[in-house]
Structures are given as C-alpha cells and as structure tokens.
Design a protein around this ligand. Sequence first.
Ligand SMILES: [Zn+2]
Length: 83
Amino acid sequence: MTATGYVRRTDHLGRFVIPRSIRRDLGFEDHQPLAIGVDGEAIVLEKEVPRCVICSAPATKEFAGRSLCADCLRGLIELGRSR
Ligand SMILES: [Zn+2]
C-alpha cells in the first residue's frame, strides 16, 4: 500500500469522499462502480470489472446482455460446432 497522507472521517452512515487527486490519478469517473474488498484490516476499493457469468474471470465480451471471458466464449463456440 502506498500512503497518500490523506485522512478522512466517515460520516454517521460510513461515507467519506475519496480525494479528487486520487480519483483523477486512478481514472475514476463520476458514479464509478466500485468493488469493495477486505485485505486483513484494510478496505480495498477497485473499479468494478464485468465478470464472466460462467467462471467469474474478467469478462472481455458481452453476448445477449451477459458478460463472458474469451475462454468461455471460445468453449461455447466449440460446443456449438460439435453438435
Ligand atoms: Zn469465463
């Protein structure tokens, strides 16, 4: 972890503002979906990445409104050809 020197207090609902410079440096857009993780006692915020509906790997393609990774998409195509 890289210390930034920023310290923020949460409000009564647990909210806080991520400093603009950090959001800008990390390429966060307004209304950026964030995945919230925990690493020991640290809270980890990451840009949410669409996940494959079959294997949960990062998705690279979308078909019929569903996200798929390249491996699963390739597997489905091969399955279709084998019929
Ligand atoms: Zn997959």
